[in-house]
Write a protein of this length. Sequence first.
Length: 130
Amino acid sequence: MPSVSVTINGKSYRMACDEGQEAHLQELAASFNQYVEHLKNSFGEIGDQRLTVMAGVMVTDELYELRKKIDGLEAQLKDLKKSRDNAIDMQDDLQKEIAEKIGKAAEKIETLAVKLTNGGGGDSSTKTAG
């Protein structure tokens, strides 16, 4: 199992990780170190353990807010999918209704065509030769 040396608050720590995760672990440690450095710059030297705990709480708070945001986005996505499904159902219903109306119109046109072919709908025996 590979190991990586990371630096947090000026101290090096050797950490084991899965194969291929070395760079990712270094990025995570550098990100966490930014929290520690920010707190150290804001509050001064308040002790390593306290800085680490405060940075951990900040990271956890950020994670919590991101999870809330994800939950909200998932709820919006669910609503959008439901709206899309409703729109598709409405479109299907409209297409069926339009097809029925076109079918009825075609029947009427056919009926009129037959009547016109037979002399305007009257009895063809009443026509006089011209």
